[in-house]
Design a protein around this ligand. Structure first.
Ligand code: SF4
Ligand code: SF4
Length: 82
């Protein structure tokens, strides 16, 4: 069994876990986030492309999990902040 490491960023109502070893930098999560809070990160992913992080734009994460659902590589996990 292999464990992947994640980077956690707290933003608005969500804890945003990004598994950099899985993110290919396709940008789909950026496109689909209803709050436009996801943007490019300086951290590089599996193919050397930039990965993503929340905290961009004017609005915060509402923990809707759309990014988690649309990511084709299961690179995002959202945990709602209570
Ligand atoms: S959980 Fe929803 S609001 Fe938060 S970053 Fe993902 S798509 Fe955007
Ligand atoms: S949809 Fe997934 S693979 Fe594509 S940029 Fe977002 S986190 Fe990375």
């Amino acid at each position: 069994m292999r464990d992947f490491k994640s980077v956690m960023t707290e933003n608005g109502k969500g804890k945003f876990y990004l598994f950099t070893e899985l993110c290919k930098g396709c940008g789909l999560c950026i496109e689909k986030c209803p709050k436009h809070t996801i943007g490019w990160s300086e951290r590089l992913g599996i193919y050397g492309a930039p990965t993503v992080e929340p905290g961009h734009g004017e609005e915060d994460c509402i923990a809707c999990k759309t990014c988690q659902t649309v990511c084709p590589d299961c690179a995002i996990v959202i945990e709602k902040i209570k």
